[in-house]
Ligand binder design. Structure first.
Ligand SMILES: [Zn+2]
Length: 461
């Protein structure tokens, strides 16, 4: 077989890997690069292969850096199946429709907000998304299915976000059986919400993510204790806690953790407001899949009538709901997006919260350089929000262990359980420093040197 890496090479976005197995061509993921969607010069607008020659597309999970360019495939003539777990299929529909809507607005307002882009145009329209939705083929975990003659796909739970999967392909080549495994994004162990990543043995070819290959994250128990301190402080000071959080995965994890804090850790409950229309829709999908969570999580959630919502959680829909929070007294928690404070309702809450030293801002997600979220997490003295300057006097806590990605210890643990003797191993989805640091932990399981491919690099394996 041949594998060509068309994204997530020495970086964490743009996941897309092309497999050629005998006469068949299979694409793993088709994600967005961290670059403007409406700029025709952006790498998002260049597909490096002809989608009409593909026989199947396999999606690992529904984060935009793994699914965000699926509509570009159908727009360029792809008409075959797109495999996804049922939860991933549900989330993909919501995420891509939202992306089409944002792009349409961005193009309309380009002369104001994106004046540097020449001839802006969207990557895709809503109609392209509907074609993707039509092509989605739902495949549950642990159900081997032939996707092209002689190639069997099995999805295994990756424990990263709802619906996330490890992709296992079994096939015969030159008279011998071979097993190809793509980790997708692997979750942390013992997070109490989602199961640990599934272990896989007898691998011949492995493509592994490496996002936190150079990081050790705080234990879940320690994170919960820190959250306990922050919530108790807000109760004492009658103040507000603002958690900027991505709509998919992080928002639901934070709701669950707070719910667990109240019911298992016996912390005095305070109201939680979730203020993001996209988060609300995605949380509904999370409620539709109670089978996805650990037994412990199901027990915690069963104490209240709603999954990811309880009598302490209120979901804001309208702008009026959102504005009402500004005039309400604490204590309360507001979870709002976007996760890096670059767009969305979170900026309006920040304006009201940021200059009061009794309030707290809790950073629970990765903050890219140059974003407002990054400035806050670094504790600058003044911040510019929606064209006005404010003193940053609120307490700032950075709790990045709530990530959906396993750290280097989690990845090393997963590699050790493979049983070794892996012929070829590739690291993707990580910055070069993370890969360099992780490679020695993977190497003992491999028969050949670890590869860290460049963009568009191709290997016969
Ligand atoms: Zn992911």
């Amino acid at each position: 077989m041949r594998i060509t890496f068309h994204g997530a090479t020495r970086q964490v976005t743009g996941s897309a890997h092309l497999l050629e197995i005998g006469p068949y061509r299979v694409l793993l993921d088709c994600g967005l690069f961290d670059s403007e969607r409406i700029d025709p010069a952006s790498p998002n607008h260049q597909l490096s292969f002809d989608p009409r020659t593909l026989d199947a597309v396999i999606v690992s999970h529904a984060h935009n850096d793994h699914i965000g360019r699926l509509p570009c495939l159908v727009r360029a003539g792809y008409s075959g199946p797109i495999y996804a777990t049922p939860a991933t299929a549900d989330i993909t529909s919501v995420m891509l429709r939202d992306s089409a809507r944002i792009q349409r607005e961005d193009v309309r307002n380009a002369h104001v907000r994106h004046a540097h882009i020449e001839a802006p145009q969207p990557l895709f329209e809503l109609l392209d998304v509907e074609w993707v939705v039509e092509r989605l083929k739902r495949l549950r975990y642990d159900e081997p299915t032939d996707i092209v003659p002689g190639v069997t796909l099995t999805y295994l739970d990756a424990g990263h976000i709802l619906g996330s999967a490890i992709v296992q392909l079994d096939f015969r080549e030159n008279g011998r059986s071979r097993r190809f495994v793509f980790t997708g994004d692997l979750g942390r162990r013992s997070t109490s919400l989602l199961p640990d990543p599934t272990l896989v043995r007898n691998i011949d070819i492995l493509v592994s993510e490496s996002t936190y290959g150079n990081r050790e994250l705080d234990s879940y128990d320690r994170l919960m204790k820190q959250l306990h301190v922050i919530v108790s402080r807000a109760t004492r000071l009658q103040s507000k806690i603002l958690i900027p959080a991505f709509s998919l995965g992080r928002t639901q994890r934070m709701i669950f953790c707070l719910q667990e804090l109240f019911s298992v850790y016996k912390v005095r409950p305070i109201p939680i407001y979730v203020d993001s229309p996209l988060s609300n829709r995605l949380t509904e999908i999370h409620r539709d899949h109670p089978e996805a969570y650990t037994t412990h999580a199901r027990r915690v959630m069963a104490r209240d009538p709603l999954y990811f919502g309880s009598r302490f959680v209120e979901f804001c829909q309208s702008f009026d709901d959102s504005r009402r929070l500004n005039h309400m007294a604490g204590p309360m928690v507001i979870i709002s997006s976007s996760g890096m404070c670059e767009a969305g309702r979170v900026r309006h809450h920040l304006r009201h919260i940021v200059s009061d030293p009794d309030n707290a801002i809790v950073i629970v997600s990765f903050q890219a350089e140059g974003t407002l979220g990054r400035q806050i997490s670094e504790g600058v003295q003044r911040v510019q929000i929606l064209d006005q300057w404010y003193d940053l006097s609120a307490a700032v806590y950075v709790l990045d262990g709530f990530s959906g990605h396993g750290d280097r210890n989690d990845l090393a643990w997963w590699y050790e359980q493979t049983g070794g003797k892996i012929e070829h191993g590739f690291l993707v989805h990580g910055e070069p420093e993370a890969m360099e640091s992780l490679a020695p932990l993977l190497q003992p399981q491999l028969l050949n040197p670890v590869q860290m491919p460049e963009l568009h690099a191709s290997y016969e394996v």
